[in-house]
Ligand binder design. Structure first.
Ligand code: GRF
Length: 206
């Protein structure tokens, strides 16, 4: 078992999952070293969690590049230099092109049960508003490997939560995020065991 999975965490905003990882790592319950944090904007509030935890931070802004390819190249060059084994998207809102050496090495968490309520435009409160408007009785979160499309790569782990009659987008988002706080560390801990294989769209945990 690789007890020290080296991860780079990518953020765009509040970075609550990054905060969760740091808390769990400090408590000794998440077998990772967070070797790099990358934000796509200097205004990402989550940068403060990295600063407090002494984690190297890079800000790589898409507008400094000619397109997705160049932007992605800069992101993954930074990841390579950090020596990370896995890249963990934690509220990272930009589309990336995954280079061959990072295939099935980039994870994301989405706040719905993929393939429902996902894809371009489905982020933050938009997801929960759509779930409520549709009248779904069940939603949740999905951890998945990242490919070159929004919320599309092989599903790693899902946790469901009920939708209650008096839910607002905020109350539903809070319930889903609670599930995320378990699902994401659980997935990373499973990865650290080295028992994961991906064949096509199927993720196998031996
Ligand atoms: C979560 O809802 C997660 O599902 C999605 O981004 C949100 C966390 O980002 N990928 P943040 O902590 O609010 O920046």
């Amino acid at each position: 078992m690789d007890s020290n999975l080296r991860i780079a965490v990518l953020i765009s905003g509040t970075g609550r999952s990054l905060q969760n990882f740091i808390t769990l790592k400090t408590a000794g319950t998440l077998p990772v070293d967070i070797v790099q944090v990358i934000a796509n904007t200097p205004t990402a509030k989550g940068i403060q969690f990295a600063l407090q935890a002494d984690i190297p931070i890079a800000v790589i802004e898409p507008q400094q590049f000619s397109g997705i390819s160049d932007f992605s190249q800069a992101i993954f060059d930074c990841c390579r230099k950090s020596g990370c084994n896995y890249v963990i998207l934690a509220g990272f809102l930009k589309l990336l092109e995954i280079p061959p050496d990072f295939q099935n090495r980039v994870l994301n968490i989405h706040p719905s049960l993929i393939p429902s309520f996902c894809g371009k435009g489905y982020y933050g409160h938009h997801v929960h508003e759509a779930v409520l408007e549709y009248g779904a009785k069940l939603t949740g979160c999905t951890v998945h490997f990242v490919d070159n499309e929004y919320d599309h790569g092989p599903v790693f782990l899902q946790k469901s939560v009920p939708v209650l009659e008096d839910d607002t987008p905020e109350s539903l988002a809070a319930r889903v995020f609670e599930a995320e706080c378990c699902a994401y560390p659980e997935s990373i801990a499973i990865l650290a065991t080295g028992r994961v294989t991906v064949v096509g769209r199927k993720v196998r945990i031996e």
